[in-house]
Unconditional design. Structure first.
Length: 236
């Protein structure tokens, strides 16, 4: 009985200790309050995100050996909520909104600034615990509301008005993750991407129409729906 009481009253600060022990972790957790089962704190990710995190772990899910964490992250430019199943693999389902305040912090080193919001209608990601959290599944439906985008090309400032974009993520055979970027104003895929999570290789195909949107139209007589540029890069 005493052991059960001690487990139920385990402080949220245990999470801080776990995160602190990961010396190379890009995630920092601080200002914890409450218990391990229902608490709050501040989460930071690579210095870009500094937001309030709250969570709860339903007891009935633990008793059925299907532990689940219900969580909410709120901060300047960020509002996300979701749930994470933590055994036998980590599966997270989330939805919410990221606005330009936060996105501009990410893109500022590249001299890219934008106005608009990224709406996460739904995203689901599965990671393998025993394989350094390798991604085994990623699906989602994300919307960009559109608006002004400012960037520098050949030392010349350029401003374009982007249309509404929809990004669809899906799993493919062989463990690949597929993504397409579309817009209601265009009847074809503006951009197609494939990620190999095992090798960390990202392949991208860019349509001529996409280059026109961003003020750098690909030369030649190719139609807007044709792929004019293919890129491949190891991203991790």
């Amino acid at each position: 009985m005493i052991l059960c009481f001690a487990i139920l009253r385990a402080p949220a600060s245990l999470i801080e200790r776990i995160v602190d022990n990961q010396l190379q972790s890009s995630i920092q957790f601080s200002s914890s309050a409450g218990t391990l089962w229902q608490g709050s704190g501040t989460i930071s990710l690579n210095g870009f995100i500094n937001s309030d995190l709250s969570w709860s772990i339903p007891l009935q899910d633990i008793l059925t050996l299907n532990p689940k964490v219900l969580w909410t992250i709120e901060g300047v430019g960020l509002n996300l909520k979701g749930e994470s199943i933590v055994y036998p693999e980590v599966k997270t389902i989330a939805k919410g909104q990221i606005n330009s305040t936060l996105l501009n912090n990410v893109f500022a080193p590249y001299d890219v600034f934008l106005d608009g919001d990224l709406l996460i209608k739904k995203i689901s990601i599965t990671n393998q615990i025993e394989e350094n959290f390798k991604i085994t599944s990623l699906t989602g439906d994300l919307h960009w509301t559109g608006g002004p985008i400012r960037y520098v090309l050949s030392q010349t400032p350029i401003t374009v008005i982007s249309p509404f974009f929809q990004l669809n993520l899906s799993d493919q055979t062989g463990g690949l993750i597929h993504a397409t970027l579309d817009s209601p104003t265009h009847g074809y895929h503006l951009l197609i991407a494939t990620l190999n999570p095992t090798k960390g290789i990202l392949k991208m195909q860019v349509s001529k129409g996409f280059t026109k949107i961003f003020g750098n139209e690909w030369p030649g007589s190719a139609s807007d729906n044709q792929i004019v540029l293919e890129l491949e890069e190891r991203i991790f």
